[in-house]
Design a protein around this ligand. Structure first.
Ligand SMILES: [Zn+2]
Length: 329
């Protein structure tokens, strides 16, 4: 069967990294968690091939601190994404750091942390991207595998929705609407390639609405939030003296959050993620739907995907061939 649409038809071969990557050296930083208000330091170490990304809480008894950065580790999605393991050890607000690692092409790393929440830094992923770029990444020997979307996968929650469509690279399109809180709708689409994430998305900060902050603080959330790590909006006006970094900083930050949550898949995803009013719960629901809708995607080495894309520019049905080759997984 031919796919619903064929955005890859006739495309040239793309320059996608074919081998897994890790960091050249360990990197570290210290800061406060936006929700817990607790200080933590993180040290990100290079990791062996096929290890993926995992957290290691250093402040809990040995053997209880490992938490894979994976969708099945998610324990909470209210305001940030929190991961946990069977011992009840958790690590919060992982999304900005995971977005930075994914966008920089880091497949394998271990993140040591001595507290319950990843430091929020300036509210963006910029400081993490800068650290990764400073130390650099190296290619490993094992091939990089990826998930390649073959048919649309969709979740809905009221008027919110998220769908991932077939596409030969990674693209994220988000629309937000906080009209009731004084922020007009914003829409942006980004293709994850070259320096686009660093240039357009990484430095967009998290944001909050003054009318909601008090109730969050009463619930024990946003304790570490301040004007140095979040944009505060009061009836449509920006409270921060420095103003915005981008005129549409909010939708850019939502794209950052979507990419961070999508990193919980554990592999690069070749598809077009389109979301209307997304949040962490919707993003994680889409990943869960994807793993339950197994026939809608293929699991393939990146070089194989490129090869299929080039061949498909000729005549054969890509879906059939991918379906055949991927059926062993
Ligand atoms: Zn965020």
């Amino acid at each position: 069967m031919r796919g619903l649409h064929q955005p890859w038809s006739g495309k040239m071969k793309h320059n996608k990294p074919v081998y897994q990557r890790t960091l050249k050296n360990s990197i570290s930083c210290v800061g406060v968690g936006i929700h817990s208000g607790k200080q933590a330091s993180i040290v990100i170490h290079p990791a062996e091939e096929n290890n993926g990304i995992s957290f290691l809480r250093k402040d809990v008894p040995q053997g209880r601190g490992v938490i894979p950065a994976a969708w099945y580790s998610v324990t909470e999605t209210r305001l940030s994404t929190i991961l946990g393991n069977k011992y009840g050890t958790t690590v919060g607000t992982v999304e900005h750091l995971l977005a930075a690692l994914r966008a920089c092409g880091v497949d394998n790393a271990q993140i040591e942390i001595d507290g319950p929440e990843v430091p929020v830094m300036d509210g963006s992923a910029g400081p993490f991207v800068d650290l990764i770029k400073q130390t650099g990444t190296i290619d490993q020997k094992a091939l990089r595998w990826a998930i390649w979307i073959k048919e649309p996968i969709e979740v809905r929650d009221g008027d919110k929705f998220a769908v991932i469509m077939p596409y030969d690279r990674t693209r994220i399109t988000v629309e937000i609407d906080f009209s009731d809180l004084g922020v007009k709708p914003q829409r942006r689409s980004i293709e994850l390639q070259d320096d686009s994430f660093r240039r357009d998305i990484a430095y967009a900060r998290t944001f909050g609405f003054k009318s909601q902050i008090e109730s969050l603080k009463k619930k024990g959330l946003a304790r570490g939030g301040s004007l140095s790590n979040a944009v505060l909006v009061d009836q449509g006006k920006i409270v921060n003296k420095e103003g915005l970094r981008f005129q549409d900083e909010f939708v850019r930050h939502k794209i950052l959050d979507c990419l961070g949550d999508l990193a919980l898949v554990g592999l690069p995803v070749f598809g077009h993620y389109i979301a209307y009013k997304p949040g962490h719960a919707l993003n994680v629901a889409l990943i869960q739907r994807m793993f339950s809708q197994r026939s809608s995607w293929a699991y393939l080495p990146v070089d194989k995907i490129d090869q299929l894309l080039v061949e498909d520019a000729e005549t054969e049905s890509l879906d059939e061939r991918v379906g055949g080759r991927a059926s062993v997984h």
